[in-house]
Design a protein around this ligand. Structure first.
Ligand code: NAP
Length: 238
């Protein structure tokens, strides 16, 4: 039995990945913040392998609840740090509240989830983390200072985890998707969206394909992928 935990599973990429993993026979611990009819429907279809864990990842209780659920199941092979938000504004008009909230969810949330999952992985001497980042973390993006820095923090977190817990068999990887046809990508203003699409050699990315990559990275075939950053952005126009 393989057990994968995922944050922000209620919709978007998180929901798609949850579905892929369940279809592959993986047992999923799915954190979600809001009620999600789609997740409830999946829960009816997979009553034995889908475990729903509500909670705000920015608060420590959510990380504890995810780890507790995995402990009750008996193991935790991988955690996908997917929950994310944006509060896009030019830096000069970004409020402290917006800055803090983006960092609270995207970075502090990933830290807390990682921290509590690690104890279990160290005990079983095996584990893997998959952090969902963004091109903004690598190249910056006008209007996304808070988001870009919170995502860049995930790169440091992933490397720290790989270096600090490698001796316990824990691996870590960052996945950088390009602009996707769902969730945060689809919510962008049309002109900003078009500008980003024009910047990719292959245009808009498919969330289904990224969900398949996440599932692969959370699976045993990716065991030798560690302490690195993988881009799935169609290649950028130079
Ligand atoms: N879509 C893209 O183009 C794209 C590109 C690059 C990277 N990404 C990254 O991929 C990840 C998923 O993005 P997406 O497009 O699927 O976004 P999305 O559709 O907006 O979904 C985000 C998910 O995160 C959850 N979430 C937000 N705050 C949370 C919190 N405090 N605690 C727990 N869950 C929380 C949301 O729950 P609620 O339903 O309660 O809000 C939602 O389920 C993000 O990390 C994003 O940065 C996306």
């Amino acid at each position: 039995m393989r057990v994968v935990a995922l944050t922000g599973a209620g919709r978007g990429l998180g929901l798609l990945t949850t579905r892929v993993l369940l279809d592959q026979g993986v047992t999923v611990v799915a954190n979600h913040r809001s009620a999600s009819p789609e997740l409830s429907a999946l829960s009816d279809k997979y009553p034995d392998t889908l475990h729903l864990v509500p909670g705000d990842v920015g608060e420590e209780a959510a990380g504890e609840a995810i780890a507790r659920c995995a402990r009750e199941i008996g193991r935790l092979d991988a955690v996908v740090l997917n929950a994310g938000i944006t509060r896009d504004r030019p830096l000069v008009s970004t409020s402290v509240e917006d800055w803090d909230e983006v960092h609270r969810v995207n970075l502090r949330g990933a830290f807390l989830t990682t921290k509590h999952a690690l104890r279990l992985m160290m005990r079983q001497r095996y584990g893997r983390f998959v952090y969902l980042s963004s091109i903004a973390a690598l190249s910056g993006n006008a209007g996304q200072a808070a988001y870009a820095t919170s995502k860049a923090g995930l790169h440091g977190l992933s490397q720290a985890v790989a270096q600090e817990y490698g001796r316990y068999g824990v691996r870590s990887v960052v996945l950088v998707p390009g602009l996707l046809d769902t969730g945060l990508g689809a919510a962008l203003a049309p002109e900003l969206q078009q500008r980003k699409i024009d910047r990719s050699l292959l245009g808009l990315g498919s969330a289904e394909q990224v969900a398949a990559t996440v599932a692969f990275l959370a699976g045993p075939d990716a065991d030798y992928i560690n302490a690195t950053v993988i881009r799935q952005d169609g290649g950028l126009v130079y």
